[in-house]
Design a protein around this ligand. Structure first.
Ligand code: SF4
Ligand code: SF4
Length: 364
């Protein structure tokens, strides 16, 4: 019996490993050689990191801002520069910056010049506004209400100077999220879609497209009920309860919530993941109902710049946006930025205790 089990075990198919490949094979040889043995690092100029290992080896990393959505032309252009002026090793950061590693300081200047000549800025380190991290937008996700990557491109065009210099009180992380429910992260300044009307149901399609129990279970405030409409099984929404979150749209596309007029953008501030100097913080809403206005989103850019430059002027050294607001207080924040404070900023929603679906189960 034991022998039969052992043979069976021996013949078992090995598991298929999926996910990211081992990163070590792509690293610069000096990074592999000194892995875990770095003594210190500093920044000789904005956009350049300098790492020194215990072995005495030194490595310079040049950080380049990209437009994020790269086509074959841009990828070939960037790779040619890396092959000619770098040492053939690059990596992408989670904020879509390109980082090029070289082993000699003399290579840094020509590398930066080549990127600048091709129209790519070098920066994003230290106390700068680094690239905005964003979700997938119209190109890659099936439920976005805006194009997060488009908002990034238009905003970074305006914040170019703050990317190539390190003149902010502390680093500024900006994020954009193209729906209200999924990937958005905690940013010093966050731009998120905001739906303002309940979904419109296309009753003819619900029976064929949606699994009704999943949709009903998905709603965080139990606002969706099964219903028969025109003799067909469908759904209905209690619009008084609906908080317009959009969670019903992914499992049931006939519950259309995206709307060119009523899907707006909101700006939140003060979030951070770091626990340096103060605890991690959640963002708070400061501006809502901004038009979702492609291709340049000028209304959003105006609010973001107002907040950013007020922070730059008023914050003390090393204060993150959230630390600054904590120190001066929210009334002063609205006074200094000139943003209107309305009744919609007050979170007085009492429904959560009775109806918020707070189960830890994940449903798909
Ligand atoms: S934020 Fe929402 S719409 Fe945007 S990529 Fe994530 S899940 Fe998709
Ligand atoms: S899931 Fe969200 S948008 Fe859909 S009905 Fe419920 S509260 Fe409204």
């Amino acid at each position: 019996m034991a022998q039969a089990q052992a043979t069976e075990k021996k013949q078992m198919r090995p598991p298929i490993e999926s996910g990211c490949p081992d990163g070590m094979q792509y690293m610069h040889p000096l990074m592999v050689k000194n892995f875990g043995n770095w003594k210190y690092h500093d920044r000789p100029r904005p956009g350049v990191l300098h790492h020194v290992a215990y072995s005495g080896d030194e490595l310079w990393t040049v950080r380049v801002g990209t437009q994020r959505q790269l086509g074959p032309y841009e990828i070939n252009l960037l790779c040619d520069i890396v092959d000619k002026y770098g040492e053939g090793h690059v990596r992408f950061t989670i904020r879509s910056n390109l980082e090029v590693m070289v082993s000699k300081w003399e290579k840094v200047g020509p590398l930066i010049r080549a990127f600048n000549d091709a129209g790519y800025p070098v920066g994003g380190t230290g106390n700068s506004v680094t690239m905005i991290s964003h979700t997938q937008g119209w190109l890659h996700c099936d439920i976005p209400g805006t194009d997060a990557s488009g908002v990034v491109k238009s905003l970074m065009d305006e914040l170019y100077e703050e990317f190539v210099k390190e003149e902010m009180p502390n680093r500024v992380h900006i994020t954009t999220s193209c729906c209200q429910i999924n990937c958005g992260g905690q940013g010093d300044i966050a731009i998120n879609i905001q739906h303002t009307k309940p979904p419109k149901i296309n009753h003819d399609l619900v029976a064929n497209v949606c699994e009704r129990p999943s949709v009903v279970a998905r709603c965080p405030v139990a606002a969706i009920r099964p219903a028969m409409v025109n003799g067909k099984p469908s759904l209905e929404v209690d619009e008084k309860k609906c908080i317009c979150c959009g969670a019903c749209y992914p499992p049931c596309p006939p519950m259309q919530i995206n709307d060119p007029v009523h899907s707006k953008l909101a700006v939140w501030v003060g979030g951070k993941n770091s626990n340096a100097r103060s605890k991690p913080m959640f963002q708070k809403l400061v501006a809502a109902g901004l038009p979702n206005n492609p291709p340049r989103w000028p209304e959003v850019a105006e609010v973001v710049k107002k907040i950013l430059y007020t922070y730059k002027k008023d914050a003390r050294h090393w204060e993150r946006v959230g630390d600054w607001v904590e120190r001066i207080g929210w009334p002063r924040f609205f006074e200094l930025t000139g943003l209107p404070f309305t009744k919609f900023h007050i979170d007085n929603w009492r429904g959560a205790r009775n109806s918020l679906n707070a189960s830890a189960h994940i449903r798909f």
